[in-house]
Design a protein around this ligand. Structure first.
Ligand code: FE
Length: 289
């Protein structure tokens, strides 16, 4: 069974136009967990009518942003002319590649009525060979994302990327990535084989879980130990206590290349960051119409 390297607590950070996010990394202690560059838990924040905040126009280059909503709704617009709403259960897997400018703002009805905003953003790095690829959006409605449910309904698994419980995700990724949302009723267990060479993380959304004999709770990130072996080992966890356990299980093949990052740009070398800034300032990443 896969052992634990460490369990870290998310830090509360103000982002965008004033959205409070819980961020297990990057922090002062952890810059990245190759191939992942950032994990943000947006909320859960309760907004009064008219007060919901979002993420106004900003650029990205050199990696992918993956948004998964649990509650509330965001409207995205981008410099390629795409426009859409990501609501509860939906996923948007955006490959920024050579560069996009986008905005992620509360959807009009949600902003007017107020309510809870709860969701995630994961940043997945791209290998050098794909950093300047053409931008791509994979907007995926909840209804199209495969879900496994056990007969007794104690285990629920949404397969956002990769393969689990006989279900294959519909979203395609540049490098092998597993992204699961797992909900376990009290006492239920879940196990998943993951290559030892792949980074593996479990973020507890709510409830209390037992991971390789250690307990983790809401807003804690379990970082599993890895090695360079291609053999798979089982990651296993159990819902402890009286509440259901809700967990994101995220794994991926490390890229093992240099990382130069500055805000929304993640490249291999500093000179490429300077070029990204120039390209953005001179309008080469476009603008939102
Ligand atoms: Fe963004």
């Amino acid at each position: 069974m896969r052992t634990i390297k460490e369990i870290v607590a998310a830090e509360a950070v103000r982002e965008g136009a004033g959205v409070i996010v819980h961020r297990p990394f990057p922090t002062r202690q952890i810059d990245n967990i190759d191939p992942f560059l950032l994990l943000d838990h947006m909320g859960p924040n309760l907004y009064a009518p008219g007060s919901a905040k979002g993420f106004p126009d900003h650029p990205h280059r050199g990696f992918e942003t993956v948004s998964y909503m649990l509650e509330g709704a965001l409207e995205h617009r981008d410099s390629a002319g795409n426009k859409g709403v990501i609501a509860a259960g939906d996923v948007q897997w955006m490959t920024a590649g050579s560069g996009v400018v986008h905005s992620e703002m509360p959807e009009e009805n949600f902003r007017e009525q107020g309510g809870r905003l709860n969701g995630f953003q994961l940043w997945v790095n791209l290998p050098k060979s794909d950093k300047m690829t053409a931008p791509r959006y994979q907007d995926t409605l909840s209804a199209n994302i495969p879900v496994y449910e056990s007969e007794d309904k104690s285990v629920w698994v949404k397969v956002i990327a990769g393969n689990s419980m006989g279900k294959q995700a519909v979203i395609s990724t540049h490098i092998p990535i597993l992204y699961l949302h797992v909900i376990l009723q009290p006492g239920a267990s879940f196990s998943q084989a993951v290559p030892m060479a792949h980074t593996a993380l479990a973020y507890v959304i709510s409830g209390q879980g037992k991971f390789a004999e250690k307990i983790a709770e809401a807003d804690q990130l379990v970082i599993f130990a890895s090695s360079d072996s291609q053999e798979s080992e089982t990651i296993e966890f159990t819902a402890e206590g009286k509440e259901p356990l809700s967990v994101l299980l995220i794994a991926g093949q490390p890229i093992n290349e240099p990382i130069a990052r500055y805000g929304p740009f993640v490249m291999n070398y500093q000179a490429e960051i300077k070029q990204a800034l120039v390209d953005y300032q001179e309008g080469r990443m476009g603008q939102i119409a």
